[in-house]
Write a protein that binds this ligand. Sequence first.
Ligand code: ADP
Ligand code: ZN
Length: 193
Amino acid sequence: GALQLTGGWIEVIAGVMFSGKSEELMRRVRRSTIAKKRVQVFKSHLDNRYEGGVYAVGSHDGRTLEAIPVDSSQQIALRIDPLAQVIAVDEVQFLDQGIVKLACDLALRGRRVILAGTDTDFRGEPFGPMAALMCVAEVVDKLHAICVLCGAPASRNQRLIGGKPAPYDSPVVMVGAAESYEARCRACHAVGK
Ligand code: ADP
Ligand code: ZN
C-alpha cells in the first residue's frame, strides 16, 4: 500500500532567470535521492515536442536531471506516483493557478513539494501562479543573478526585442519569437511604452 507520510510542506525557489533556480532544484532532488526518498520531477513546457517522453531539467551550468514534461497542473495530478515522497516542479511560472491547490493537497498528504520558477515577468509583475505559491509555501528562497549592465544583484527579467526593451503590452509568454532575455537589477531594468 501507499507509504504513510507525515509533515508535508511546500518550498518555493523563486528568482530571475540565470539566478540558479534549476541548479538549486537539482541539488535538493539529488540530496533527496541520496536520502533514499522516492522523487518525481516535472517540468512545464510551452510546446508539445516532448509529449509522452521524458526530458531533462537543465541548468545553465550544463547539468541535467530527468523530468516529466507537463503543460498543466492537471497533467501533474494525473501522473503523480502515489509512492513519491518528494515532488519537484521546474518552470512552475508557466502553469495554471490549479498548481496552488495541487501543491497544498500534496503537502497535506505528507509530501515535500519543491517548486522553482521565475517570480516576475518581463514587466517586473508577478508571473502566473508564483505570487500565490510564495504565499502558501512554508519556505521561500529568492535567488539573484548578476545584473549584466552594472554587476549588482539582479532581480528582474529584461526582455529585449531587436535589442530594445520590449513594450509593456507585448504578451507575457512569447514562443519562438525573436526575443532575448537578460538578468538585470531594478535600476537597470526597462519596459518600453
Ligand atoms: P535559472 O534556473 O534560475 O534560470 P540556472 O540554474 O539554469 O538558473 O543557471 C544558473 C547559472 O547561469 C549560473 O550558475 C551561471 O553559471 C549562469 N549565468 C549566466 N548568466 C548569468 C548572470 N547574469 N548571473 C548569474 N549567473 C549567470
Ligand atoms: Zn544593474
